[in-house]
Design a protein around this ligand. Structure first.
Ligand SMILES: [Zn+2]
Length: 64
């Protein structure tokens, strides 16, 4: 039906848009104040605090 799917929806990438799994909330949450760091293994990951306000540090590995 919808022949032309809107491909260009939201392609904005903000720091606050990272998500990760919070161990405390047991669910995927937004990462507040996320910053990208590089690990010893040369992997990049976003690191910040749980977006739901529990204060736990949440990390997420990023595709290179
Ligand atoms: Zn949390």
């Amino acid at each position: 039906m919808y022949g032309t799917l809107s491909v260009s929806l939201k392609r904005r990438v903000k720091m606050a848009d990272y998500k990760g799994r919070c161990m405390k909330c047991q669910k995927e949450v937004g990462i507040t104040g996320a910053e990208v760091v590089t690990t010893k293994n040369n992997r990049k990951m976003a690191k910040g605090t749980c977006g739901s306000g529990c204060g736990t540090t949440v990390c997420r590995f990023l595709p290179n």
